[in-house]
Design a protein around this ligand. Structure first.
Ligand code: ADP
Ligand code: MG
Length: 405
């Protein structure tokens, strides 16, 4: 399997042409209705700036929240358009609809370098259902198509799949190209030794990821399992886990992955000690570390212990490729954050190519302040995991013109 070859933004003829840019401006809004965190808007600026400089007439579109196909005024793109206007220091025009006469008129009046943003794509039921009529209405607004919304590429929605299939001239935006470039080094022909770290709450969420990673690894490589997910692995091995979060119906999956790893001579490391407490609200003084000594019936595992953190860090030393998804414990509480923070520091210290993905994992990296020492922080969430699993994302297939898997 080869990584996708994306059509390049620089090769697209955009001068004085209407360019539809699908961005991911699904930002958190504050109680006052303004943009609380503009990271996602900033992430699209390189693409938008480049297109403006080259004289494109921009039609920018995104979804925001889950309005479920109805117009929900609180989810209007208005605050997003206002923030984008500030960041680019230019006017951003917003019709009060996604498609229709008013939207078409504003788009046709858009001159070179100017921006029109469409209303929330999910105000229209045709977006998530990939309705052909809706896709056609969107496609008629533009001469060329750019996708810079990596985080939605795993969804076969109209603006992600239907529109590009109707517009032959299309390209990947800078953000999308950067994500695909970095994640391809993990998903296709990675440098070895490869160490994957997988944590988070549920085995069932990450079973396919674990499976795909183990199949890509061999002797000398390792998978480090932490988080509540590790509880299920320990339980499947017959160990006592007290009142820990465990998925009793996922034990067969755990055994299958353990066997797969053993068959490929991949080291699968489980925690050798843990931070346990009687309540998730426990403060630092109310937790204890258990190694070989048993956990009580009413205690639960909320973090990997120091010996595990040390073993994981040692395994990361010397890795040529590292992919990390999922915290090692309930890191939102300071009493249970140390394992995750230690892993974040160890990933940052690794000389190899390092990639971290997942909303909570990125929050943990941000909390340690080591983000700039990690090669790639993938903002894609579900899309990042699907890509690392080796799947063809519908939005990427639509760009390259291949059939979706
Ligand atoms: P990501 O967003 O990085 O993909 P996940 O959403 O899969 O990560 O998992 C993160 C969640 O898992 C966090 O809310 C964290 O509190 C929870 N978690 C991790 N370990 C434990 C544990 N031992 N007990 C309970 N919850 C845990
Ligand atoms: Mg999460």
């Amino acid at each position: 399997m080869a990584p996708p070859k994306l059509p390049r933004l620089d090769a697209l003829d955009v001068d004085n042409r209407r360019v539809f840019v699908r961005v991911d401006f699904n930002v958190p809004l504050g109680n006052d209705g303004t943009v609380r965190d503009d990271t996602r808007i900033r992430a699209a600026l390189p693409t938008l700036r480049s297109l403006r400089e080259r004289g494109a007439r921009l039609v920018v579109a995104s979804h925001l929240g889950r309005p479920k196909g109805r117009v929900v005024p609180a989810l209007s793109m208005e605050p997003v358009a206002a923030r984008l206007a500030e960041l680019l220091d230019c006017e951003v025009r917003l019709p009060d609809e996604v498609v229709g006469d008013a939207a078409r008129r504003l788009v046709l009046e858009t001159r070179a370098g100017q921006i029109t943003m469409l209303e929330n794509l999910r105000f229209h039921p045709g977006e998530t259902s990939n309705d052909p009529e809706f896709a056609k209405a969107l496609a008629e607004l533009a001469d060329a198509y750019v996708n810079d919304a990596f985080g939605t590429c795993h969804r076969a929605h109209a603006s992600v799949v239907g529109v590009p299939r109707l517009i032959p001239e299309r390209a990947a935006g800078r953000l999308l190209a950067k994500e695909v470039d970095a994640l391809s080094k993990v998903a296709y022909d990675p440098a070895h030794p490869f160490v994957a770290i997988v944590g988070g709450a549920k085995v069932s969420d990450k079973a396919e990821l674990l499976d795909a990673l183990v199949r890509r690894l061999g002797r000398g490589d390792a998978v480090l399992v932490g988080g509540a997910m590790a509880n299920t692995f320990l339980y499947a091995r017959g160990e006592a886990v007290g009142a820990s979060l465990v998925e009793r119906d996922a034990t067969a999956t755990c055994r299958r992955i353990v066997d797969l790893a053993a068959g490929r001579e991949v080291d699968l490391l489980l925690p050798v000690d843990a931070v346990v407490a009687r309540s998730p609200e426990a403060a630092r003084g109310e937790v204890r570390v258990v190694g070989r000594d048993p956990i009580a019936e009413d205690e639960a595992i909320y973090d990997i212990g120091p010996a595990t953190a040390k073993a994981f860090a040692e395994r990361l030393d010397g890795a040529a490729t590292v992919f990390w998804n999922g915290p090692m414990g309930m890191f939102e509480s300071p009493a249970f954050a140390e394992g995750t923070l230690a892993v974040a520091r160890a990933v940052a210290a690794c000389e190899g190519f390092t990639v971290v993905g997942g909303g909570d994992s990125l929050a943990a990296v941000a909390a340690t302040g080591v983000g700039d020492r990690i090669d790639h922080l993938s903002t894609g969430g579900g899309a990042s995991l699907a890509f690392v699993e080796g799947r063809t994302l519908p939005g990427i297939a639509a760009l390259t013109g291949e059939e979706a898997a």
